[in-house]
Ligand binder design. Structure first.
Ligand SMILES: Nc1ncnc2c1ncn2[C@@H]1O[C@H](COP(=O)(O)OP(=O)(O)OP(=O)(O)O)[C@@H](O)[C@H]1O
Ligand SMILES: [Mg+2]
Length: 226
């Protein structure tokens, strides 16, 4: 089964080619996350980066597939209410989603969709609101995550970059851990340090940093994890 189409510019390599080197890298990332949080439950994981286009959405989507392949019941939530793209990757509609439930317009059953990948569900962003930070900081968001925790083994949450908005900082306080993606070689050290300090400031638990080499054509892993 494949969710890849010629029209879909996003790569779900873990589904398309589970035995490839890149897929193995996502599985390694999955294993490392498990070992990085051995003493505490890490159920809600947020992904962010300092700047746009570093590979957050690609990483979280492939990581989600890697967990689902391990027979974990996985939910991916698109909380990037500025530039949502997870629905494109999983080729689902974004007519209703997270913003609708936060605005009390739809029920949970109406916004969770099964993807074509067994064990993997999606809550897309829903319509882009004028006040994303406010919606994400709401009590309703905290309650929603509490409820979803009962139903899923793992919840992976996509978010905007930290550079211009505080959305990911807000969300990090609701999650058990944060994965920080860096487009290797492209982002200034000071920018990364500042972003990590901001997350630390709100007491986020940074599980690790994912070095994403988008341009790697080699057989080497394009992902490293610290
Ligand atoms: N490891 C990779 N190898 C090849 N291409 C990649 C890799 N990671 C990301 N890309 C490509 O780079 C582009 C940006 O990636 P992606 O959308 O995942 O970044 P993002 O951090 O979520 O961006 P945004 O800040 O806009 O949400 C996409 O076209 C994606 O397919
Ligand atoms: Mg993205």
């Amino acid at each position: 089964m494949s969710v890849q189409s010629s029209k879909n510019k996003y790569t779900l390599i873990t589904n398309l080619n589970p035995k490839s080197h890149k897929s193995e890298a996502y599985k390694t990332l999955r294993t490392n996350i498990t070992f990085s949080s051995i003493d505490r439950e890490t159920k809600k994981i947020l992904i962010t980066s300092s700047q746009p286009s570093e590979g957050k959405t690609t990483t979280i989507a492939n990581l989600a597939v890697a967990y689902a392949q391990e027979n974990k019941k996985v939910l991916v939530i698109d909380a990037d209410l500025r530039k949502p793209t997870l629905h494109h990757i999983f080729m689902k509609s974004n007519r209703v989603g997270l913003t609708n439930i936060l605005a009390n317009q739809n029920s949970l059953e109406e916004i969770i969709v099964s993807t074509d990948i067994p064990n993997l569900s999606l809550i897309s962003s829903g319509p882009i609101p004028p006040n994303p930070s406010e919606l994400l900081a709401s009590r309703k968001m905290i309650e929603l995550l509490k409820q979803l925790e009962q139903d899923f083994d793992l919840i992976l949450i996509d978010s905007p970059p930290t550079i211009s908005v505080t959305d990911s900082q807000i969300l990090s306080t609701m999650c058990d851990g944060v994965l920080f993606v860096i487009h290797s070689g492209k982002v200034k050290r000071q920018v990364v340090v500042k972003a990590l300090q901001n997350l630390e400031h709100v007491k986020a638990k940074v599980l690790g940093v994912v070095l994403n080499n988008k341009n790697s054509q080699s057989q080497d892993q394009s992902y490293t994890y610290y």
